[in-house]
Design a protein around this ligand. Structure first.
Ligand code: SF4
Length: 211
């Protein structure tokens, strides 16, 4: 099975729905998600936005202490409070209150790295952008799509082997796949729809895929 076919299968079997597409909220939520589990990020983002901080004007004038209780569940809440206030101020001052839609401008915001920028570009602006997180990096290497040491190397190598229309959706689907089947420590290869073609598969003759 070709890389493209494997990628399409992952996207089909492990779809990810993006309920939130507002650029500012997607950006803030992605910053909150750094080193945080999904459910904790969701709780923090929901509390923050419900309290009226879903727009840069409000967040830019907040003090970090105003945000601690709201975003505590996402972890590292003191640093994240400072970071999202800084980002909001820059969006107001440098970009007229609108989240920029170019990689270069997004990367110029404090604490915004390639993964965060690419998520915003795809989810909010529909641009072909390949966000590589720990799941994408690990699974791409296990499947033998790339042989890389860092997520950044993986991003550039994946762009060579995947067609552009898959760059955006592969991130969310790999996250779902990585949480449910291709787990970091003990991948559940017996349930994996790619086990016959995966060079890292364990116990290929075991139970069939449920996907
Ligand atoms: S066969 Fe196993 S290691 Fe390979 S992609 Fe599937 S779960 Fe991951």
């Amino acid at each position: 099975m070709k890389i493209e076919e494997q990628a399409r299968l992952i996207i089909e079997k492990f779809p990810r729905h993006h309920a939130e597409r507002d650029p500012f909220r997607v950006l803030i939520r992605t910053i909150l998600s750094q080193r945080s589990k999904d459910e904790n990020t969701d709780e923090a983002a929901e509390r923050l936005f419900k309290a009226g901080y879903g727009i840069p004007e409000r967040l830019a004038t907040a003090s970090p202490e105003d945000l601690y209780d709201l975003i505590r569940s996402s972890g590292m809440f003191r640093q994240k409070a400072i970071r999202i206030i800084q980002v909001s101020k820059e969006i107001l001052e440098r970009f007229g209150g609108k989240v920029p839609d170019s990689l270069e401008d997004l990367l110029s915001l404090p604490g915004v790295g390639r993964k965060t920028a690419n998520i915003v570009l795809y989810v909010s602006f529909g641009k072909p952008a390949l966000a590589v997180d720990t799941h994408v990096h690990r699974i791409s290497n296990r499947l033998g799509w790339v042989k890389t040491e860092t997520p950044e190397q993986t991003e550039f190598e994946l762009m060579k082997v995947l067609p552009k229309e898959l760059w955006g959706p592969i991130n969310g689907s790999m996250v779902e796949f990585g949480r449910n089947v291709c787990l970091p420590r003990n991948p559940r290869c017996e349930l994996c729809p790619l086990r016959e073609t995966c060079p890292s598969a364990k116990g290929k003759s075991q139970v069939g895929s449920k996907y």
